[in-house]
Design a protein around this ligand. Structure first.
Ligand code: UT7
Length: 323
């Protein structure tokens, strides 16, 4: 059978860093509150004129280099983003052009913070079907552009960044010991639209709008939904939490990571934590965390990784990946 294997990872963070102390000078907050309630110490902010497609192109270029491939080797690009440069064209086709590609298929998926899991799952299905051979799956966001910088309840939580993986179709034996994506599970429930949303859009207000969130309620759903989809995904792969080497989670809040790990009986030593360094980068956060753990040598061949995310919609999902 065909398995989609991750053969390269890359990421990019904009140069400008915004610390908690700098935020405390702008809104009624403090470094202590942000660190204690979220684990976040700082976030990166895109420069004027630096767009989501620029961040995504930089992450994709790094992932291609890690895989030892060029854009000519890619026949599919899927970009997960809620902050495309423009309403259309898709950010993926902008990145395709910036990579110098005039072949292949490129499109966006919109599932906010779960976007990378959705994009990975779609790319996996397109590779397993035999329609495509080598994909770039990118999560890229500039949430700084949709934040209300006067709302302390949200502006301290997010940052900009991008992460990418190169996914290649390889032959597997159909066993849980195969390398590559072993199982993915996705969910959504639109009843909760009003707990995390942007109060504008091209088809309603004609403006971009700003992010609005009822954080406490989102938090409550996050731990339950994530633990549930992680268990479901492991079972679909014929595995259990005892088989997991690393959880590579969406980086929204350190307390969510701790709560989820506890529910699965996993140690925080097995959880890749980057939320302290770059806050919540929405669809970019899982591939950013993955790239960090791959490059610092934590992830070893044969390790079982459990990727997971939850976000606006609500949407949530997980993938079990053998390195
Ligand atoms: O990626 C998509 C998924 N998103 C998430 O997963 C986010 C989930 N939610 C969270 O991470 C947390 O709920 C927050 C970090 C957003 C908030 O933490 P919390 O412990 O749930 O705090 P809270 O909302 O209950 O607020 C506690 C207090 C409130 O004051 P009162 O009413 O107790 O007087 C808030 O007004 O903290 C206040 N507060 C702040 N204080 C200082 C809210 N934001 C701030 C702030 N600085 N930035």
């Amino acid at each position: 059978m065909i398995r989609s294997r991750i053969i390269g990872t890359g990421s990019y963070l904009p140069q400008t860093i915004l610390t908690n102390a700098e935020l405390a000078a702008r809104v009624d907050t403090s470094d202590d509150w942000i660190v204690e309630r979220t684990g976040i110490a700082k976030r990166h902010i895109a420069a004027a004129g630096e767009f989501t497609s620029d961040l995504g192109t930089a992450a994709a270029t790094a992932a291609l280099a890690a895989a030892g491939l060029t854009p000519q080797d890619i026949d599919l690009i899927i970009v997960a983003t809620a902050t495309p440069d423009q309403t259309f064209p898709a950010c993926a086709t902008v990145i395709q052009h910036k990579l110098g590609m005039v072949h292949g298929v490129a499109f966006d998926v919109a599932a906010v913070c779960s976007g990378f899991l959705y994009a990975l799952s779609v790319a996996d299905a397109m590779l397993v079907s035999g329609a495509h051979r080598t994909a770039l799956v990118i999560g890229a966001e500039t949430f700084s552009r949709i934040l209300d910088w006067e709302d302390r309840a949200t502006c301290v939580l997010f940052g900009d960044g991008a992460g990418a993986v190169v996914l290649r179709a390889e032959t597997g034996a159909g066993l849980a010991s195969d390398h590559g994506i072993l199982a993915s599970r996705l969910h959504s429930d639109g009843r909760y639209n009003d707990l995390l949303y942007v109060d504008g859009g091209p088809g309603s207000t004609g403006t971009t709008g700003k992010l609005r969130m009822k954080g406490k309620e989102v938090f409550r759903h996050a731990v339950t939904n994530l633990a549930s989809v992680m268990t479901e995904t492991l079972a679909a792969a014929g595995l259990s939490a005892a088989d997991v080497a690393w959880v590579v989670p969406h980086q929204a809040n350190l307390r969510i990571l701790e709560g989820t790990a506890k529910k699965l009986g996993l140690s925080m030593d097995q959880v890749v934590v980057t939320v302290d360094q770059h806050a919540n980068t929405s669809a970019a956060s899982v591939p950013l965390a993955l790239d960090t753990a791959v490059r610092d040598g934590r992830v070893k061949p044969g390790d079982l990784l459990l990727l997971e995310a939850m976000g606006g919609g609500f949407t949530w999902g997980a993938s079990a990946v053998r390195w």
